[in-house]
Write a protein that binds this ligand. Structure first.
Ligand code: FAD
Length: 383
């Protein structure tokens, strides 16, 4: 019998494997990953530095132990180069492997900051343990860090690296931080709190060019010709689902790999979940959605076809300087924020226009204790 095969050993790949093993301890199982295959919690990457956590300390289960626990073959440092779904096969260069069922858990890749210059390849991304390892090495000689992007990951790194003793500048074309998720007042509060701690914000600005200057430093030139000299540049302007393999194999791909409520692609016995997948139109690059998807998919893989459901899923912003919890309203919902502010404690409730129906919330500071109260009032994202 050919193994159920999972491409990817991130949280999505490993969670499906664990859920699968709870239901079927014996079926042949193979995981393939381009990286080291150790189990770690990726969200830790953006608040690990100030806690003096080395990449090794972030590994909760080494790959050998994962293979034993899961009773699975795990191929590490192995890039799947082609899918042949019509033959139930995948290829690693010239070598072919046959699967019974295939799960794509290939994650997302960082969007490259569009700027010119001979050193654009020096811009760092932190979307894996090895990239975090690289960042830590680069930080050894650095004093000043520039972060491009003021979304969740950019703000979390800003807080962490400032706390870790670096001068931090954030550049973003947005006019306030977390602008895709929170109302202006919350973004501005985060901006103010981090600014008071020494973070410099260059908002409403875009990087045009990056050039090397003396002593292994860089100069960023913005569109308005303002310049920033820095030791390290981290790009955090967003992630895009990894769809290359799927597209080449003729799977339906829009923003991510398109799957239905059963996590099925348009090809028989091929499924997708996690950062690479677009489930019922939703691309949600967070942990909670992939956990829900993994539980449903494991059942489907053992023959108990199960649709994924999503409850409302709050996101904790890991900026300890300014604690924030968000349950962002769905993009398709028309409504307004109702904001109540008591100093640094903000309660923002998003109601659907002309109704009493709550569609999202944001809480900061002491208001965070109200999380469960508001969560209970939110409708599920996918029933
Ligand atoms: P990944 O972890 O990216 O795994 C992809 C896997 O696929 C890897 O093993 C890779 O090697 C493999 N792969 C890809 N292509 C191939 C190929 N061709 N051949 C073989 N292997 C391949 N979410 C939250 O909910 N809360 C948070 O606080 C939070 N913080 C975050 C902080 C940071 C810094 C980052 C980067 C993300 C954060 N997220 C957070 C998002 C969350 O971590 C991701 O949604 C989640 O980890 C994605 O898991 P995944 O398994 O889908 O993808």
């Amino acid at each position: 019998m050919h193994p159920i095969t999972i491409i990817g050993t991130g949280l999505a790949g490993y969670t499906v494997a664990r859920e699968l093993r709870k239901l079927d301890p014996n079926c042949p199982l193979r995981l393939i990953t381009a990286d080291e295959g150790h189990f770690y919690s990726k969200p830790m990457l953006s608040n690990a530095f100030s806690q003096h956590k080395t990449p090794e300390m972030l590994i909760t289960t080494p790959v050998e132990q994962m293979a034993e626990q899961l009773q699975a073959e795990i191929l590490t440092h192995t890039l799947v180069t082609q899918l042949e779904p019509q033959w139930h096969r995948l290829k690693i260069n010239e070598k072919s492997l046959t699967y019974s069922q295939l799960v794509l858990a290939c994650g997302a890749k960082p969007i490259v900051t569009p700027c010119t210059g001979t050193v654009t390849e020096k811009i760092l991304f932190v979307n894996s343990l090895s990239e975090y390892r690289y960042l830590r090495t680069a930080l050894q000689k650095a004093k000043h860090v520039t972060i491009i992007g003021a979304g969740l990951i950019g703000c979390e790194f800003a807080n962490d690296l400032q706390e870790g003793g670096f001068s931090v500048t954030i550049i973003s074309n947005a006019t306030y931080p977390l602008n895709r998720l929170v109302p202006t007042s919350v973004g501005q509060l985060l901006q103010q709190v981090l600014q008071e701690r020494g973070v410099t914000w260059l908002l409403g600005k875009t990087v045009k060019h990056i050039a090397p200057i003396a002593s292994a430093r860089y100069q960023l030139t913005l569109v308005d010709n303002q310049t920033v000299a820095t030791d390290i540049v981290i790009s955090a302007i967003g992630l895009r689902p990894q769809v290359k393999l799927a597209t080449a194999a003729g799977l339906t791909v829009k923003e991510g790999i398109v799957v239905n409520r059963y996590l099925q692609t348009n090809m028989p016995d091929v499924y997708a979940l996690g950062d690479c997948a677009q489930i019922e139109g939703l691309v949600l690059l967070y942990v909670m959605p992939l956990m829900n998807a993994a539980r449903a998919l494991a059942k489907t893989l053992v023959g108990q076809t199960t649709a994924v459901t999503y409850p409302a899923m709050p996101i904790v912003v890991k900026t300890p300087a300014c604690p924030i919890v968000i349950s962002p309203p769905p993009k398709t919902v028309d409504g307004q924020w109702h904001i109540e502010t008591q100093g640094q404690d903000i309660r923002g409730l998003f109601y659907i226009t002309n109704t009493q129906q709550l569609a999202g919330f944001v809480l900061t500071g002491k208001m965070i204790t109200e999380k469960m109260t508001w969560l209970k009032q939110l409708p599920p994202l996918l029933k």
